[in-house]
Write a protein that binds this ligand. Structure first.
Ligand SMILES: [Fe+2]
Length: 463
């Protein structure tokens, strides 16, 4: 149960320890490696996160509001060719760092939440009103570019790639531009927006992510929403928990042209940033594996970790009964769930998450968990004392013989060296040591999301 007796009116902890930003943009070549980088890996492991450019006010700094910084490691031919970290282009970076870009940037703060490769390009992305910022292969900002300027409004940090169609599906919210509407957006394999459906959401919920199945977009309308009074009062993060909220999960057919076809299903109030994956069942229901918080942004208005702790659940959404059945998968705290790209939006057997260590005075990520949902078992990869792993990105082996035949890549911060490593582990064998530990020249602060972007998806510039 959540302890609601405690309040948090102290300074924001989201600048302490490895939450603290780094100040320099670095470039390093031929990185030292312990172990062996698999020879077939040719591309970039990219990760985005908040990294304030200047010194924020510690009394009320919100973790989600730091300027975007993308970290990247380029792998080829068994070598780690380079590491780069770059601030994502923004008006603040122009003003405070004197940056200039090939094309205009429209956001005050650079998108800080995810970084993707799609249709030959690289984009830094975020929710709540900003358009994607296109980056070069070497992570320099080109400019704000909403998918060849086809995007009408805002975007999301969590597009769902569909390996069967090559499309990306997303739910975007943008209170300033869209008011009480949210937008379902499809971007085609060619990198241009092909479809939008506007959906009424009068409470202006913080719709961080979505689910996607072969039939449906799964819409999460949960009790964290814009507070008009906070917004009018100039709060930089005017979003909070609401008691007495009509929490609901919507199933919007992917073929729908309007919101009329949505089936809304009721759920007990809670919040979830991230589904692990979603799929249709043979009896017409939808399974969503998801990391769920009891409540969020209620007493702690500076970040996600002090109101409750995220646990992995299986939600079964029943459009006939219009209900969501919840089942706890694991009591341990965890976040940043991922699956293999090959099973996105289809039935998965395996899932991967990062453990979250939480006490009222300490917040850290830690180990990597693997779940076998078919057998109901889990395994833990322990990265060692003082070594905190982030989101585990699954990379399939060429010619993979099973869903988990591949590697997990994650940024690991080591408090003893105050530097990070890009760690590659064997997804099928957690008992062996890391396949490779690629040593980076600096810390990678706790951040959010990233991806392995193969050179076949977003190629390097021609020599
Ligand atoms: Fe996220």
């Amino acid at each position: 149960m959540t302890d609601t007796s405690q309040t948090f009116d102290d300074a924001s902890p989201y600048l302490d320890g490895n939450f603290a930003p780094v100040t320099e943009e670095l470039t390093a070549f031929d990185l030292p490696v312990v172990g062996e980088v698999p020879n077939e890996l040719e591309g970039r492991l990219l990760r985005n996160g908040p990294n304030p450019i200047d010194s924020p006010d510690v009394s009320n700094h919100h973790w989600f509001l730091g300027d975007g910084m993308v970290h990247g490691v380029r792998l080829r031919g068994g070598k780690a060719e380079w590491y780069r970290n770059r601030f994502v282009g923004s008006q603040r970076a122009e003003d405070l760092l004197g940056k200039s870009y090939e094309q205009p940037v429209t956001a005050s703060t650079g998108p800080n939440t995810n970084v993707i490769g799609h249709a030959g390009k690289t984009f830094a992305i975020v929710e709540a009103g900003s358009k994607p910022v296109e980056l070069s292969y070497e992570l320099e900002t080109i400019g704000t570019n909403g998918f060849g300027h086809s995007l009408l409004n805002s975007y999301s940090a969590h597009p769902k790639y569909d390996p069967l169609t090559g499309e990306m599906h997303a739910m975007a919210y943008a209170p300033l531009a869209l008011g009480g509407m949210v937008e379902y957006i499809v971007v085609g394999a060619d990198g241009l927006m092909t479809k939008t459906v506007q959906v009424s959401a009068p409470t202006m919920p913080m719709m961080h992510d979505m689910g996607l199945t072969q039939k449906y977009a799964v819409i999460l309308d949960l009790p964290v929403a814009v507070d008009i009074e906070l917004a009018m009062g100039g709060s930089p993060f005017p979003v909070r928990w609401f008691d007495d909220y009509n929490a609901r999960v919507g199933l919007l057919p992917r073929t729908a042209e309007t919101e009329d076809e949505i089936v809304w299903c009721e759920i007990e109030p809670c919040y979830a940033f991230h589904p692990l994956n979603s799929y249709d069942t043979e009896d017409g229901k939808v399974v969503v594996d998801i990391c769920r918080f009891d409540r969020l942004f209620d007493r702690d208005r500076n970040g996600p970790f002090r109101d409750s702790s995220p646990q992995l659940e299986r939600w079964t959404v029943d459009p006939q009964a219009r209900k969501v059945n919840r089942e706890l998968v694991d009591e341990r705290f965890q976040e940043f769930p991922r699956v293999a790209g090959s099973v996105l939006n289809q039935k998965h057997r395996y899932g991967y998450t990062a453990s979250v260590g939480l006490t009222p005075t300490e917040w850290n990520f830690g180990n990597t968990y693997k779940y076998d949902f078919e057998r109901g078992t889990s395994e833990t990869f322990d990265h060692g004392p003082g070594r905190d792993a982030g989101e585990p990105v699954f990379v399939s082996r060429t010619g993979a013989k099973s869903e988990d035949d591949g590697w997990l890549m994650t940024m690991v911060n080591d408090v003893t060296t105050d530097k990070a490593e890009l760690v590659i582990i064997d997804a099928q064998d957690f008992s062996r040591p890391e396949v490779a530990r690629i040593q980076l020249p600096a810390r990678v602060p706790y951040g959010f999301h990233g991806n392995w972007v193969r050179d076949t998806v977003t190629p390097p510039p021609a020599d």
